[in-house]
Structure formats: C-alpha cells, structure tokens
Design a protein around this ligand. Structure first.
Ligand code: GLV
Ligand code: MN
Ligand code: MN
Length: 412
C-alpha cells in the first residue's frame, strides 16, 4: 500500500464530514438525534469504509458502530479511536464526526505503516443528549456505565429509549454487552476545539489535559394558564415570568463566578400562545466548571433561587437532575505521547482543558484516554458555520501518525 499524503487525507475526511452533514432528520439543516432514520445511512457510509479497510464491523445494542482491525500476527491490546455521530439541532458538519472520519484515516495510516496495533473504531451513537435529555448514551454503554433505568426515558414524541433501540432492530436487553473488556490499551479521540483559544493563539492543535464537569437539569415551573386580557396582574400565576426571572439570575451568577458557565438553552412553554398566560414552562439548565465543588455549589445556589422565586410567585416547581458528571483528567502517559507527537510534527505544544463534554470523558472512567483538539475557525460550534481548515486537519493527522508510532514503540 503506497502512503497517502496527509493533505489528501484531510481533504477526504472533510468531504466525508460535509457529505454526512446532509444526512439529516430535517431538509435544509443538520439534525441527527440518537438512532433516528438518517443514522442508518451514516452507518452504511462508515461501514463501507471500515469494510474496505478489512475491519470486522458490528453495531452494538446501544447503536454504536464498531469496526475492528486485527493485524495478522499481533497479540497486542487494541487502541480504541472514535467520536460521536449524533448532532445538536441545526448543527455544523464537524462536531463528533471529524473524530470518526479521522479514526478511519488513522486505521489506514496504521495499516500503511504495518503497525502491529489492533485498532477498534467506535462511531458513538449519542453524545449530545438531545433526544432523551441525557448525553453519552453510546459511550456510557461502551464504558460499562449504562444504567438500564435510562431505557425508560421518553423523547419529545413519547418514544422510550428502549423502543428507539428496538426500532433500530437492536435489543435493549443487550446494552450491557456493549461494554469494552479489559483487553483495550486506551481510548483516543480527535475533536474540534469548539472554542476560540487555538485561533487566538494561532495554533493548529492542542493536547487536552482535562474535561470540565457538567451538571444538567430540567426545571418545570407550573402556574396557571389563563386569559391574557382579563386576568389582572396581581392575580396571575405566570410560569413564564417566574422562569424568566430565574434565567436572568442564572446568567448573573455565572457572570460573577470565576470559571463558571451556566446556560438555559431550552424552554418549552404550554400552552405557548400569545394571548394565554403560560401555565407550564420547562427549562433546561447546563452548569460547568473545572472544579467539581464550585460546580455543585453553583447548582445548589441556583436551585435555592428557584425556590425563592417560586414561593414569591406562588408557582409549583419540579426538578429533574439528568447528569452530574465530574471533571475528568486525561491519562498522563498517553497525553505525554501525544505531546511528543505534536512537538515531533514541528508544532508548538499547547495543552488545554475542554469546556465541552466529550465521549473521552466517559471512556476515561474505564480506559487510559487522550484527546487531540483541532482549531475551530471563528471559535464557532453547535452552529452551521462550524468549520475546520484543511491544513489544520492535515497537521492533526501527522500528529496522529506520530502518536500511533510512539504508542506501538512503547507498548507494542
Ligand atoms: C457537547 O457538545 C457538550 O454539550 O459539551
Ligand atoms: Mn456537541
Ligand atoms: Mn462533540
């Protein structure tokens, strides 16, 4: 096999990401939630690439597409490489999927170099938490951290997670079997930075040191729906006004707390009519901080504020906690190999934490894990303008090549 040049690989990976972005639940924008119909097409595309690489391909019961390359004569433990194929609504083309297309390039590079390194590529089914409100469905299952109570969660259409899995012709009772055994040597994920730091410092890539912890909650404010024209202001129980007051308090707390980010990104209003006082308002809350204690105390402070606002406005309040994921540090040894690979490529070594959540943060609970960031032009992500530069992707691939070589030299 003659070696393919990195710029050519970068072009191919980018074209594939853009092609996959057209595989969507919605006509003119990219939205691909957990195990929805377009996922079948993405699996077909990726499966064809995996099979062309001589991989053994399967879909586990959590909907993760997995391809295993076992080089003849190698008894080494496998390296798992991958990222996710679901998206946020109206997404860009690179969040998650770049890490899958680059994993395919890594496998081909390893084959060209005749590395005696088994590689498993995982295209994780779910990382964003859009369909069922709980993220990392795919990586939780792969890491052996899937709680079967999640199968009862319902999406906006009332479909349970178990039924969504069955509709994809998979068996929810088998999700436990998706767990990776003890024969893997580590997990490696390439992902766009999704922020402005690398661009501001004129850098192509960075080694991720840690991933910030996240809490995700849903709060339901209940008042009384009533006529907007006839109900005097002092006799209202307006769920919208209560939620709105609190949303501003969320922003204010994050603004005055060093290192804290807090977001209300989703509001569902009932009955959602211009001439009716809102009876029920359901809002999401996403809170992140590098320090777990700071994150937890921010969540508690915000919940105390909900109580105060709800009592004053005579509203009822329900709180569902969907996630409390601690901050995670990347594996020191694998990250040192990655740092060496960045320097050996002739790039300045940048180490940075990730504010975004990644499959790597879940996989790190069961395997030594390392992560490489690629610059996000304009710092834009979770938006159709999300993009990458071809030269950055080519540089990242060169780093991957050196990382794989280093890994084999050390552990092979
Ligand atoms: C994943 O994209 C996240 O919300 O961090
Ligand atoms: Mn994302
Ligand atoms: Mn992502």
């Amino acid at each position: 096999m003659s070696a393919r040049a990195m710029p050519e690989r970068a072009q191919r990976a980018i074209a594939e990401c853009r092609r996959i972005a057209t595989t969507s639940e919605e006509p003119d924008r990219t939205t691909r939630r957990f195990l929805t119909p377009p996922v079948r097409e993405v699996h077909a595309l990726l499966r064809a690439r995996m099979e062309a690489l001589g991989m053994t391909v399967r879909v586990d019961a959590a909907g993760n597409l997995r391809g295993l390359w076992q080089p003849p004569g190698s008894g080494a433990r496998r390296l798992i490489i991958g990222s996710h194929i679901d998206t946020v609504p109206n997404a860009g083309a690179f969040d998650g999927i770049l890490g899958v297309t680059l994993a395919l390039e890594c496998a081909e590079i390893a084959q060209e170099l005749k590395l005696l390194l088994p590689i498993e590529i995982i295209a994780f089914s779910e990382e964003e938490g859009v369909r069922f409100g709980v993220p990392f469905i795919g990586s939780r299952a792969a890491a052996g951290r899937f709680d079967s109570a999640l199968l009862k969660l319902k999406d906006a259409e009332g479909v349970t997670m178990a039924d969504a899995i069955r509709a994809f012709e998979l068996d929810p009772g088998e999700v436990g079997k998706a767990a990776i055994g003890d024969d893997a040597l580590g997990f490696f994920e390439v992902h766009i930075e999704q922020g402005p730091v690398l661009e501001a410092e004129d850098l192509r890539v960075a080694a991720v040191t840690a991933i910030e912890g996240q809490s995700r909650l849903t709060l339901t404010w209940t008042g009384h729906a009533n006529h907007a024209g006839t109900t005097p202001m002092h006799l209202r129980r307006d769920a919208m006004a209560g939620a709105a007051e609190w949303i501003v308090a969320v922003e204010a707390l994050a603004q005055r707390t060093e290192g804290l980010v807090a977001t209300v990104g989703r509001v569902v209003v009932e009955p959602n009519s211009g001439n009716v006082i809102a009876g029920t308002v359901r809002v999401s809350l996403d809170v992140r901080h590098a320090d777990d204690a700071a994150r937890k105390s921010a969540v508690e402070a915000l919940l105390a504020q909900t109580e105060a606002i709800a009592n004053r406005r005579n509203l009822a309040l329900q709180c569902a906690r969907q996630m409390d994921q601690p901050a995670v540090t990347m594996d020191e040894r694998l990250t040192a190999f990655l740092a060496d690979a960045i320097e050996a490529t002739g790039l300045p070594l940048k180490r940075m934490p990730s504010g975004a959540g990644h499959d790597a943060m879940v996989m790190a609970a069961c395997l030594p894990t390392a992560m490489l960031f690629v610059r996000s032009p304009g710092g834009i992500s979770h938006h159709p303008d999300e993009t990458v530069l071809e030269e950055d992707v080519a540089a990242a691939l060169e780093v991957c090549r050196k990382f794989l070589q280093r890994l084999v030299a050390e552990v092979g």
